[in-house]
Design a protein around this ligand. Structure first.
Ligand code: HEC
Ligand code: HEC
Length: 236
């Protein structure tokens, strides 16, 4: 009898915990929208793809560390008016065809991003910044805004480290296999950029961006160059 009573109490306690959880879940509209409309293409829980085939099948960028990667204001405005970031999609091989001088993008294979209304974008951006994967990597970085990129910043980006082979620094100018970086200063937190350049594979073990073993000072110059680029507002 007493055992039965105790079991009954336990069941009630578990049920009320679950009930409480479902209420706070439903209350978080941004998280609910993410689960309903975004999880089919974006990984919200981690980890990053561990094999090449998982990487190639990925439908959208990983968002499980969104709170350590993006600027919230950028998320809110981009989600209302998304503009292409990866000129040749998630996996460029699927979206380029050989041209006479260089590879060209086949736009018929690319589709636009879902758009959100202002209040939904606000709720989703607030939920995304709660996702804090890889915090240890971010904590290891200190951004030095006082180190001016100077002319060396651009030269390192274009020539010395060959970053431009994969990244555009103006619309239509630069490589196609990585995200454009002319809006990255508005999109990304500086510590994320530092950490990603320091070790792309720490974030995404199978990504094709090489680790160039950039010394810290040069990394600060590269990041401050990228931040200066976005102040030119090429996207507007
Ligand atoms: C059909 C698949 C698909 C769905 C559904 C989808 N996305 Fe995306 N998302 C993508 C792709 C592909 C990109 C890369 C776009 C680019 O590079 O231009 C992307 C990019 C993003 C980015 C920018 C990330 C970055 O680092 O470049 C954010 C933020 C984002 N999506 C959020 C969302 C949210 C929030 C939802 C749900 C409301 C959503 N997405 C639904 C495929 C999808
Ligand atoms: C072989 C191609 C390649 C080279 C060379 C390369 N990258 Fe990348 N880079 C990538 C890819 C691929 C990604 C991540 C793709 C994704 O998230 O979809 C990336 C991501 C980044 C990001 C984060 C951007 C974002 O929106 O998530 C930064 C910042 C960056 N690279 C800077 C650099 C710098 C600086 C160099 C030179 C030292 C460099 N890259 C060299 C391919 C490259």
């Amino acid at each position: 009898m007493q055992a039965g009573f105790r079991t009954g109490v336990m069941v009630l306690m578990v049920a009320s915990l679950l009930w409480g959880a479902s209420i706070s879940w439903a209350g978080d509209r941004g998280m609910q929208l993410l689960q309903q409309q975004c999880v089919s293409c974006h990984n919200l829980a981690g980890p990053a793809p561990a094999t090449l085939s998982e990487l190639w099948q990925r439908k959208g960028p990983d968002l499980f560390y969104a709170g350590n990667k993006y600027r919230q204001a950028w998320l809110e405005s981009w989600l209302q008016q998304p503009k292409r970031i990866r000129p040749a999609g998630m996996f460029y091989i699927d979206h380029i065809k050989p041209g006479t001088k260089r590879d060209v993008i086949d736009p018929s294979t690319l589709s636009g991003h879902v758009k959100l209304k202002a209040d939904d974008a606000k709720a989703v951006a607030a939920a995304l910044v709660q996702l804090k994967g890889n915090t240890k990597l971010i904590k290891a970085e200190t951004h030095r805004a006082d180190i001016s990129p100077g002319p060396l910043g651009e030269m390192m980006f274009d020539k010395i480290y060959g970053c431009m082979a994969c990244h555009e620094i103006e619309p239509g100018y630069g490589g196609l296999s990585g995200p454009e970086l002319y809006t990255a200063g508005k999109r990304l937190q500086p510590e994320f950029m530092l950490s990603y350049i320091r070790s792309p594979q720490a974030w995404d073990p199978k990504i094709w961006m090489p680790n160039k073993h950039v010394p810290d000072d040069n990394m600060q110059k590269l990041v401050n160059y990228i931040i200066a680029l976005s102040e030119e507002n090429f996207d507007e």
